[in-house]
Design a protein around this ligand. Structure first.
Ligand code: FAD
Length: 572
């Protein structure tokens, strides 16, 4: 993803002929070259259709099978996988993880085009800061971090190769994502003033995961207004600065400065390395892979083996006196299954959790209803484009980077799946374009044919690369009606979220939504913490009812047991 602003032009008319049927070759007319290019495409992902089962739950046949497990984890996104992994490693072996999709990972899943893997959602993870110790521990176990001469060193094969980001602005490409500002200009002065203000605000305390930061009246005040209101009061009005901040919010939160809270807008910078004005060496090192964060999700999921039940839509969760009953629809076998468990973790978005949880203690039900009622979600479109050959670089300036953004574009730009590849001979190439859409577009996104959306993506990218339509072979699109929670005013400080995390019963919650916004660190930490709470619930069972603990699924690497790690130093 990246910042971006190009003027979206509808320069190409569509030829409806040849466009019938998903996956059929599609013709574009109006192109400069003689032979009109053809490409194929389709919508990806099952969640949309399967999610509808929830609304039709009344029509679901009674369960034809019954299974039991000590613990059920509902949802195999990063939070659910982190939870299941932590439980399995603690010896809780009688475990099932259910997810409605065919593959685990949730918003961190992958796709493949040609012989190239590409992301369907999340695509990078910054080097974890000192407060994200659960994430650091995972990265040590996976070999992405190691200790060397008293320092923590990142495996550079997995760090984003340079160049990392570029911005198309005023007819040329520029390094980084901040629009250039002339020496002595008002824009530069505003960049510097904003950087200084962020440094001041940083002293209030910000952290990733956010639960490790203090929460004071000053934080609550920032949470109580929009970022746009805060910027106006502070007189940050330079159009380039404002575009850049709006982009950052759309990129991380799916909505711009007018919708997110001032806490969220500042947290974006203050929980990381601050805001870097031009001239500061700012590019934050990040881990990234051709397939995005699916690289991580797949490694979290692998040890679970048969405990993972894909293509199972959870329909109902009922907490009962002696356990929890879950009703799910098994899409593989076309039948409803009832699971009985001692404890259940809802690693589901809050709006889904609220729909499926039918009975639970009243305080939990009301906290869930209150939290879900406040949650607003951004719809997103992710387009993966297979190109026959690399695109021409017509504009001068910075060379193709991992993240490429156009100033003023309605999209967030594109990442190149080949960026981490060490094969210079590769001809075909895959780009992943990201669009955070207004909530008002959700219904159209879910109802529409894939072709108008493909065209929107192509038109936008063609303003940067006019040869793109001619090189396009295939475009596969992923749509999310509820991609990520928007940290609107009041969301972060919502007492209902704190109540959900604090509760100690058989039904637990784990999802990035509990942080009011969505990134890997938040999801992963909630998953690990839910596993700890579930172990407490299991340990309260009478001894006769406690199963013998199995050996952990995987042995811990020595690095993972090391004490607090020294500060991170990426080796580039
Ligand atoms: C387009 C996009 C780009 C992103 N980019 C980044 C990035 O680069 N870096 C980053 O850190 N974060 C990114 N994110 C945020 C990303 O959401 C988090 O990193 C993380 O993947 C969230 O994990 P989760 O477990 O909290 O949620 P989810 O991924 O939402 O997991 C919930 C799971 O529950 C399942 N589920 C839902 N309903 C049911 C049901 N009824 N029955 C069974 N299963 C169900 C879903 O299929 C899903 O697997 C991005 C998100 C999107 C949408």
């Amino acid at each position: 993803m990246g910042q971006g602003a190009r003027v979206a032009s509808r320069r190409r008319a569509l030829l409806a002929a040849g466009a019938a049927g998903a996956g059929a070759p599609w013709l574009l007319a109006g192109c400069a070259r003689a032979a009109p290019p053809r490409f194929e495409g389709r919508w990806l992902g099952a969640s949309f259709a399967r999610g509808h089962r929830l609304r039709e739950a009344g029509a679901v046949p009674p369960a034809t099978r019954r299974e039991r497990a000590d613990v059920l984890v509902l949802g195999a996104g990063i939070a659910g996988l982190a939870c299941a992994r932590a439980l399995a490693r603690a010896g809780v072996d009688d475990l099932r993880v259910l997810d409605l999709e065919d593959a685990p990972g949730g918003k961190s899943r992958a796709h493949a085009l040609g012989d190239t893997r590409c992301p369907l959602g999340a695509h990078y993870l910054p080097l974890p800061g000192p407060q994200a110790h659960e994430v650091s521990e995972l990265l040590f176990e996976l070999g992405l971090l190691r200790h060397e001469a008293g320092r923590t060193v990142a495996d550079e094969r997995h760090l984003c190769h340079s160049p990392q980001e570029r911005l198309f602005f005023d007819g040329a490409w520029h390094d980084g994502l901040l629009p250039p500002a002339a020496p002595g200009s008002r824009t530069l002065a505003q960049y510097r003033a904003f950087a200084a203000r962020v440094a001041e605000v940083q002293r209030l305390g910000f952290a990733l995961p956010t639960q490790r930061a203090p929460w004071t009246a000053a934080h609550a005040a920032l949470d109580g207004e929009t970022f746009a209101q805060w910027l106006a009061r502070e007189r940050f009005d330079d159009p380039q600065l404002r575009w850049s901040l709006d982009y950052a919010c759309r990129d991380d939160y799916g909505a711009g400065v007018a919708e997110v809270s001032a806490w969220a807008g500042l947290h974006y910078f203050a929980s990381r390395h601050g805001f870097a004005a031009p001239g500061d060496d700012s590019a934050e090192p990040v881990f990234t892979w051709s397939e995005g964060n699916a690289w991580l999700a797949e490694r979290l999921a692998a040890p679970l083996r048969e405990r993972l039940r894909a293509a199972h839509t959870v329909l109902q969760v009922d907490e009962q006196r002696h356990g929890v009953q879950v009703l799910a629809f098994d899409h593989g076998r076309g039948e409803a299954v009832a699971f009985d468990a001692h404890a259940v973790v809802l690693a589901l978005p809050l709006f889904v959790a609220q729909r499926v949880l039918r009975s639970a203690p009243a305080p939990l039900q009301s906290a869930l209803q209150a939290a879900a009622a406040r949650a607003r979600y951004a719809p997103w479109l992710v387009a993966n484009l297979l190109l026959r050959a690399p695109l021409l670089e017509r504009a001068s300036g910075a060379v193709l980077s991992w993240d490429n953004v156009g100033f003023g574009s309605p999209s967030l730009g594109y990442v190149s799946a080949q960026h981490q590849s060490l094969r210079p001979d590769q001809q075909a190439t895959v780009l992943t374009a990201y669009w955070a859409l207004p909530q008002a577009e959700r219904a159209t996104l879910l109802a529409d044919d894939w072709r108008p959306w493909a065209q929107r993506v192509i038109d936008d990218l063609a303003t940067l690369h006019p040869d793109l339509p001619h090189q396009l072979e295939r475009i596969d699109l992923m749509r999310y009606g509820h991609a990520m929670r928007i940290p609107t005013p009041g969301a972060r400080g919502d007492p209902a979220l704190a109540a959900l995390v604090a509760q100690a019963g058989r039904v637990q919650f784990a999802h990035a939504d509990l942080s009011a916004y969505s990134v890997f660190e938040e999801a992963y930490t909630h998953g690990v913490q839910a596993a700890t709470r579930v172990q407490q619930v299991l340990s309260q069972r009478p001894p006769a009812a406690r199963p013998l603990l199995s050996p952990p699924l995987a042995t811990r690497s020595p690095a993972s047991t090391s004490p607090a790690s020294p500060p991170l130093t990426p080796r580039r």
